[in-house]
Design a protein. Structure first.
Lengths: 108, 490, 391
C-alpha cells in the first residue's frame, strides 16, 4: 500500500550515508542505503503496510525491535524475515504480498 | 561446542557494564545480542555503514558512549552480534560439554551465517532488556500505530522520520523525550497526550529538578516541556486513547478523558488527524529466557509486570543464572548499568575470582550508586505506574488482542464465559489460540491476563505469565535440522 | 454432604468424556481436576488419530497381531465416534480425516511395511502399501527419498486443545458438576459409598469413582489400597508458524521417530516419540514437573521432518513443548473396575486421544448398565492384582 511518503530520511547534517543501492520491492525498484533496515527503506519508499494477515488485515511495523512480527516480509534467498531486523544490501528482492508482482506469500 | 566462563545475553547498558567489569578481572566473556551492533535499545547505534552522529549528543547519552567504549576496549571479550540466544539448556540436555565438566549451562545460539551453535558456560547473565508495553485499543493494528520506543529508534538510530504528523500518547516520561527528538528532527506534532493528571506531570518534572543537585538528571523533562510549549504542541493530560481511525492506515486518533485512576470520566472526546501514533504507556521486561530456564518470577506492577526474582547479588533462583537491567525490573539505563556491575561482581565471586571480602569491597560503591538510582526509579515508577486494568478495558469486542492469531477481546471474553474454570493465561491460550503466534504472546500476554483477572476475580499475579518455552524467538526449521548431532545425542 | 452417583477424578480427555457420557445417561456426576482441565497429556499431545500399527510394534511378532485383531472393533468404533463427535458436542474440534501415510526410506523399512500391511488387512483394517511414485501422487509434498508408504484412509487428526473442554462443557450442560483446582487427597469406602476428600473443599460421597488421572492414576488408586503400575514417557513436539495448506495427511515413518501433520490453522506439528527428560524430586521422576526439552530431540525431529517433507525446512519453529503420557507395563490400556474395590474404576494408559472418546463411552455403559457394547475384559486392571499382592 503506497502513498506519497510522509516518512523521510533525516538529512545529511545528522548522518552521512553510504552510496545508495537498488533493491526490488514487489517487482519495483527502490533506492535504499546499505545498512539501514528494510523497514526504514520501505517506510521511506512510501509503504505504510508491509504485510496482510490471514484475514487480509494490513499490518506495518510497530515495535521496530524484532518482537512484534508485524513487519515480516519475504526476502528471496532469506525467506520470511523481520524488516526491522534485516539490513539493506544491493540486490535484495523483497515481497510483501501486497504488491502487483503476483508473488504473494503464505498466510500469517 | 564453544565454551567460556560467562555468557551475557544482551549488549545494552547492563550487559556492557557487566562485560567490561568481568573482562577487566580476566574472565572469558561472550556477549550475545540479536542486533548487529551493541547498545541495546536505549543506546541503539546507527548502522555501521552510516558516518557522522552516532548516539545523539547530550549528557544522557554520554553514559552510553562510555559503556560502549569500555566494552569495545576490553580484551578477552568475545562478541556474538546478530545472534539470537534461543534457549538455556542444562548440560545433560545439550551436551556433551567440552572441558572438565564445569559448565552449568549451555546457551543455544542461532545466527544467519553460522546457523545454530551451542556455548557452554559456567554462568549466564540475562540482561535482555525490555520492550514497549503493548496496549490493545480499537484500531491499534492499523499501519501507522507504533510504539514510542520504535519511533524513537527510527529517529535516533535509523535516522528516519517514520511519518509526517505524529500524535504521542502514553504515560511514561519517555514520551516527552521522543516528542523532543521528533521536534528537533523536524516532525509535525499534533498532540502529546498523557494519561496522568497535569499535577502528576509537573511532579515528575520537579522530581527531576529537585534531585538534579544530587543525582545526574535522569528525566530532564524541563527542556522538552518548554520546547513543546514553544512549538505550540498541545500537551494534554488525563486522557487515554479511545481509538485509532483509518481505512487501510492511520488517519486520526481519538482520545477520551479519564480520572486519576485512568477510568473513563465525563467530558468530550477529542480527535487529531495524524499519520503516526507513538504509544508509550510503559515497558515489559524481556524475561523469556529466564522463564524458559525455569527461574522464579514475581508480579511487580511498578516494575513492568512479571520480573525475574533475584537476590542482592542479582542471582536468579537458578544456580548459574543472574539477571540485570530491565529484565530484573524496569528502572532505566543508569540503574541497569549499576545492576550489571553488581551482577558481574557476584559472578566473579561465584567463579572464585574474588573472595567474599574482595567482592564485598568491590560491590560497596556499586551498591551505594544503586541505592541512589533505586530511590529515583522508585519515584518514577510510582508516578508513572501503568493502570493495567484500565488499559485492558480500552479493548472493545472487535478489538484484536492477540495480533498474531487475530483473537479479539470479544472472543476472549466469550471463552472465559463458556469455560469459567479457565484460571490461567496458559489455559486460555490453549482454548483461544491467543499467544500461539510468532510473537509468542509478548504482545497479548498482559491484556489477556487482565481480561482473565477481570472475568474471574482472580489477581493478575496469579493468572500469568504465559509459559515460555524454547525457542524464545522463532527459528528456521532448516537451521534446527542442520544442527542435529546425530542419534547418539539422545 | 454432597452426594453423587459418580465422581470422576481427572480432567483430561478420558475424565471429561466419561463425565459427559455418564451425565448424558442420567447419572449425577462430579468431575474433580486438581489443576486446570486438559493441561496434561490430553491437551499436550499432537492430536493424531492413528489406527495403523506403530512401527515399534511390528517387530514384536504374533502376540501383537492377535491383540491388534481383537482391538479392531474398538478402532472401528473410534472411527465412527470421531466422524460424528463435532455434531454431538455441538462445536468444532478440528477433526480432519485426510488419511495417513507411514513412509519408508530403505528396503528393510519397505519390507517391514509390507508385512505390517498384510497383518493389518487380515485383522480388518483397510491399509494399502504404495510405492514411492504412488505415495507422491497422493502426497506431492513428500521427498523423493520416500520409497513407499503404507496408506490408511481412516487416519487423520483433531485439535486436542478443544476436545476435552468441549466434553466438559457438554457434561456441564447435561448436569455434571465440573470442579477445577480441586485436588483429591483421600479416597476410601467407609460404608456402601465412596468417600472422596478434597483439599480446601467439602468431601463428596459417590456410588462409583472413576480414576482417569493419567500418570497420576496410581497415586489415587493407592489411596484405596490398589497398586497400579504406570510408566511415564516424556516426549517432545514442536509447532511451526502457520502457512497455507501444504500437508493433507498424517505422516509417520516406518523406521524413525516421526509424526507430522498440519493443523486447520496452518501450523505444522512435528513429534513422534522424541524423548524429553523427566525431572526428579528426591531421586524419583516427578511427572508433575514439565519435562526438560533436549537439544537432540528438538534438532533430531526437525531433521527427520525436513528430510521427509522438504517444504517444512522453510518454516520456522515457534514453539517447542514437552509432555508426559502414561503407559502400562504391557503397553495395553487400563480400563475397568478394580478387583476387590467395588465401584472403583480406572481409565488410563495408551493411545488415548484416538481411542479416548470410545473408551469413555464404553466405560460409561459399563458403569450405568453393567455391560458394554464392546468387550473390555482385555483392559481390566485385574491383571495387575497379582503385582499388588492384594485382593
Amino acid at each position: 500500500m503506497k502513498s506519497s511518503p510522509a516518512s523521510r530520511r533525516l538529512p545529511v547534517h545528522a548522518v552521512v550515508r553510504p552510496e545508495p543501492v537498488s533493491i526490488m520491492v514487489d517487482g519495483e525498484a527502490l533506492e535504499a542505503y546499505p545498512g539501514e533496515s528494510l523497514a526504514t527503506a520501505l517506510l521511506a519508499g512510501g509503504r505504510r503496510a508491509f504485510r496482510a494477515t490471514r484475514s487480509g488485515a494490513l499490518r506495518g511495523p510497530v515495535c521496530n525491535m524484532g518482537v512484534c512480527f508485524d513487519c515480516v516480509v519475504v526476502v528471496e534467498t532469506l525467506g520470511e524475515v523481520r524488516a526491522c531486523m534485516t539490513a539493506v544490501r544491493a540486490g535484495l528482492s523483497v515481497h510483501t504480498g501486497l504488491g502487483n508482482d503476483g508473488a504473494g506469500h503464505g498466510a500469517g | 561446542m564453544e565454551q567460556a566462563d560467562v555468557a551475557i545475553v544482551g549488549a545494552g547498558p547492563a550487559g556492557l557494564a557487566a562485560a567490561a567489569l568481568l573482562a577487566g578481572h580476566g574472565a572469558e566473556v561472550v556477549v550475545i545480542d540479536e542486533r548487529p551492533r551493541a547498545g541495546g535499545q536505549i543506546y541503539r547505534q546507527p548502522p555501521a555503514t552510516f558516518r557522522g552522529e552516532g548516539l545523539p549528543p547530550g549528557r544522557s547519552y554520554a553514559a552510553g558512549r562510555e559503556l560502549l567504549a569500555a566494552a569495545a576496549g576490553a580484551s578477552g571479550l568475545r562478541w556474538k552480534l546478530g545472534t539470537l540466544a534461543w534457549a538455556l539448556f542444562e548440560p545433560r540436555d545439550a551436551g556433551p560439554t567440552p572441558g572438565r565438566g564445569e559448565a552449568t549451562w549451555v546457551v543455544a545460539l542461532a545466527d544467519e551465517e553460522a546457523g545454530i551453535g551451542r556455548l557452554a558456560v559456567r554462568h549466564v547473565l540475562v540482561a535482555a532488556g525490555a520492550y514497549d508495553l503493548p496496549v490493545a485499543f480499537p484500531g491499534w493494528t492499523l499501519p501507522g500505530v507504533m510504539s514510542a520506543g520504535g519511533v524513537q529508534a527510527f529517529v535516533k538510530s535509523e535516522k528516519l522520520l517514520p511519518g509526517g504528523c505524529f500524535v504521542l500518547a502514553g504515560a511514561h516520561p519517555l514520551l516527552l523525550v521522543v516528542a523532543d527528538q521528533l521536534l528537533r528532527a523536524g516532525a509535525e506534532l499534533a498532540a502529546v497526550v498523557f494519561a496522568q493528571p497535569r499535577p502528576r506531570l509537573r511532579d515528575g518534572a520537579s522530581v527531576a529538578l529537585g534531585l538534579r543537585g544530587r543525582v545526574a538528571p535522569v528525566l530532564g523533562l524541563a527542556g522538552p516541556l518548554a520546547r513543546l510549549r514553544k512549538h505550540g504542541v498541545p500537551l494534554l493530560s488525563s486522557h487515554l486513547i479511545a481509538a485509532a481511525e483509518g481505512a487501510s492506515a492511520l488517519e486520526a486518533v481519538r482520545i477520551a478523558p479519564v480520572d486519576g485512576a485512568w477510568r473513563p470520566t465525563a467530558g468530550p472526546e477529542r480527535r487529531f488527524s495524524c499519520d503516526t501514533l507513538a504509544v508509550g504507556y510503559g515497558f515489559v521486561p524481556s524475561t523469556e529466557l529466564a522463564r524458559q530456564a525455569g527461574a522464579n518470577h514475581r508480579w511487580k506492577p511498578r516494575e513492568g509486570g512479571w520480573v525475574t526474582d533475584h537476590d542482592d547479588w542479582m542471582r536468579s533462583s537458578l544456580a548459574g543464572i543472574s539477571v540485570a537491567g530491565e529484565t530484573a525490573g524496569i528502572a532505566g539505563a543508569e540503574q541497569a548499568a549499576e545492576e550489571g556491575r553488581l551482577a558481574a561482581i557476584g559472578i566473579l565471586r561465584e567463579l572464585g575470582a574474588l573472595d567474599g571480602e574482595q567482592a564485598a569491597r568491590a560491590a560497596a560503591p556499586v551498591r551505594r550508586a544503586l541505592a541512589r538510582r533505586r530511590a529515583l526509579s522508585g519515584l518514577v515508577a510510582r508516578r508513572f505506574e501503568p493502570a493495567y486494568a484500565a488499559l485492558a478495558a480500552l479493548a472493545d469486542e472487535e478489538t484484536v488482542v492477540c495480533r498474531c492469531e487475530e483473537v479479539t477481546a470479544g472472543a476472549l471474553r466469550a471463552a472465559l464465559a463458556t469455560h469459567p474454570h479457565l484460571g490461567s493465561a496458559d489455559a486460555v491460550k490453549l482454548v483461544t489460540r491467543a499467544g500461539m503466534g510468532p510473537c509468542q504472546g509478548r504482545f497479548c500476554m498482559l491484556t489477556v491476563a487482565s481480561l482473565i483477572a477481570a472475568a474471574s476475580g482472580r489477581e493478575l499475579a496469579e493468572v500469568g505469565p504465559f509459559h515460555a518455552s524454547a525457542p524464545v524467538k522463532p527459528l528456521p526449521v532448516s537451521q534446527l535440522a542442520a544442527a542435529w548431532p546425530g542419534p547418539d545425542s539422545l | 454432604m454432597e452426594r453423587v452417583d459418580v465422581a470422576v477424578i481427572g480432567g483430561g480427555l478420558l475424565g471429561c468424556a466419561t463425565a459427559y457420557y455418564l451425565a448424558r445417561g442420567g447419572a449425577s456426576v462430579a468431575l474433580l481436576e486438581r489443576g486446570e482441565l486438559n493441561r496434561e497429556a490430553s491437551g499436550q499431545n499432537a492430536g493424531s488419530l492413528h489406527f495403523q500399527l506403530e512401527f515399534r510394534m511390528i517387530v514384536k511378532g504374533e502376540t501383537i497381531a492377535e491383540q491388534f485383531a481383537s482391538a479392531m472393533p474398538l478402532f472401528l468404533d473410534a472411527q465412527r465416534t470421531w466422524a460424528t463427535l463435532e455434531a454431538e458436542l455441538g462445536t468444532g474440534l478440528g477433526v480432519h480425516i485426510g488419511g495417513g501415510l507411514m513412509v519408508a526410506e530403505s528396503g528393510a523399512e519397505l519390507a517391514a511395511l509390507e508385512r505390517k500391511s498384510a497383518l493389518e488387512n487380515r485383522a480388518g483394517l483397510d491399509t494399502r502399501l504404495l510405492d514411492g511414485e504412488e505415495a507422491r501422487q497422493v502426497a506431492p509434498y513428500l521427498s523423493p527419498m520416500v520409497r513407499g508408504a503404507n496408506w490408511c484412509p481412516s487416519e487423520g487428526h483433531a485439535n486436542p486443545r478443544l476436545v476435552a473442554p468441549a466434553f466438559a462443557a457438554a457434561a456441564a450442560r447435561a448436569g455434571a458438576l465440573i470442579a477445577a483446582r480441586t485436588p483429591v487427597v483421600g479416597l476410601s469406602r467407609p460404608d456402601t459409598a465412596w468417600l472422596v476428600e478434597t483439599a480446601g473443599g467439602p468431601p463428596l460421597r459417590a456410588e462409583v469413582v472413576v480414576v482417569a488421572a493419567g500418570i497420576w492414576s496410581g497415586e489415587l488408586t493407592a489411596m484405596a489400597g490398589f497398586a497400579l503400575p504406570l510408566l511415564p514417557h516424556a516426549l517432545t513436539i514442536f509447532a511451526t508458524g502457520a502457512s497455507g495448506p501444504l500437508i493433507e495427511h498424517l505422516i509417520q515413518h516406518a523406521g524413525e521417530r516421526l509424526s507430522l501433520k498440519q493443523t486447520a490453522e496452518g501450523n505444522v506439528l512435528v513429534g513422534g516419540g522424541w524423548p524429553s527428560r523427566l525431572h526428579e524430586r528426591d531421586g524419583v521422576p516427578d511427572p508433575s514437573l514439565r519435562p526438560a526439552a533436549r537439544f537432540g530431540s528438538i534438532t533430531g525431529s526437525a531433521s527427520v521432518a525436513a528430510r521427509i517433507v522438504p517444504a517444512v525446512a522453510a518454516l520456522s519453529a515457534i514453539r517447542i513443548w514437552t509432555g508426559i503420557t502414561a503407559a502400562s507395563p504391557d503397553n495395553v490400556p487400563v480400563l475397568g473396575e478394580v478387583p476387590g474395590r467395588r465401584g472403583l474404576f480406572v481409565a488410563t494408559a495408551g493411545s488415548l486421544f484416538t481411542l479416548g472418546p470410545s473408551f469413555a463411552r464404553l466405560l460409561a455403559e459399563q458403569i450405568l448398565e453393567s455391560r458394554s457394547s464392546l468387550p473390555l475384559a482385555a483392559y481390566s486392571p485385574a491383571r495387575f492384582a497379582a503385582a499388588t499382592g492384594g485382593r
